[in-house]
Write a protein that binds this ligand. Sequence first.
Ligand SMILES: *Cc1c(COP(=O)(O)O)cnc(C)c1O
Length: 381
Amino acid sequence: MNSLDRFAADKLDELEGKLLRRRLHEDLRTDGIYVERKGKRLVSFSCNDYLGLSQDERVTRAAADAALSYGAGAGASRLVTGNHPLLRDLEAALARFKRTEAAIVFGAGYLANAGIAPCLVKAGDIVLIDELAHSCLWTGARLSGAEVIAFRHNDIAQLEELLRQERPKHRHALVLTDGVFSMGGDLAPLDRMVPLCEAYDAWLLTDDAHGLGVIGGGRGASHVFAGVAPPLQMGTLSKAAGSFGGYLCASAPVIDLIKTRARTFIYSTGLPPACAGAALKALEIIAGEPDLVAKPVALARRFSRALNLPEAQSAIVPVVLDSPERVLEAGAAMERAGFLVVPIRPPTVPAGQALLRFAFSALHTEAQIDAAAEAVREFLP
Ligand SMILES: *Cc1c(COP(=O)(O)O)cnc(C)c1O
């Protein structure tokens, strides 16, 4: 074996030994909340398609129409020839819905976060980041070249302490957090973070990947607390919006700067027309159907109450278990009972932790929620 293959094989063995090797399964998602895996039809609690819009006929038809009108791919970066008219419409719709001056659409949420921070801060500046912030926020922070300091999860006192100590030593400060935390399902306390960051002239970016279409009347975590909008509202079109792509909503000068400078925007091909068409239709549905938008959180609360867990604040409810072994065992038992709940292990969660992450969809029935709660009850610590 050559050294490269030897390196890969040894690394895989090591991960296997720690129960941390990951494997792909083929999933057939053709029917709302159902996933067919290894020939078995399971009720899924592991999709982020919170409103079922990825398969909503209005959305899939919009995707098909866009592809037929404008082609399967954008053909180039948006600054070259890839800026088809649906992207203009989508950015206008996002800015209107999020009540900001402007918006920019990226090829994915990950690309958005990898690209934004490096446009705003560099060496000599500081980034303060919640320790549980999503991987792509960390990527952007590290790529920026600024000094990066993590604060304890949702610990506003520590954030304030860090701002007090570090802010005067740096030219610019950027604060990064998830709006809805992707594994814990809890919210960032933006009612306190927004004024705090303003007081220290620190720029706050919230990642609302799991907030759009679900909380704040569908407008996301930055619209849960009245009158405290963060200046940088990032999110994805890949979850509740049922399509694909990332976005940032902000003021016009900030968006113009990002469009001029973000490397993941400039040097990556424009979002395909089908994704833009689908996302536009999904935003229209999210804005127009508050009853649909309210369902995932209502079902999540039914589940958290049934198991005496802390009240759900979003469509995500974590069931934290003692060890990766226990989580794998519980995941397998859930699968035998007809439910798909993918076990989450490090490094997605901190070392030593493991959990079953339940994500609720507007398409789940109350009976399915109750049955899943019964099935997982015996594994609770
Ligand atoms: C999924 C996710 C992303 C990445 O978005 P994609 O559009 O899937 O690349 C970013 N941030 C958070 C918090 C996420 O959960």
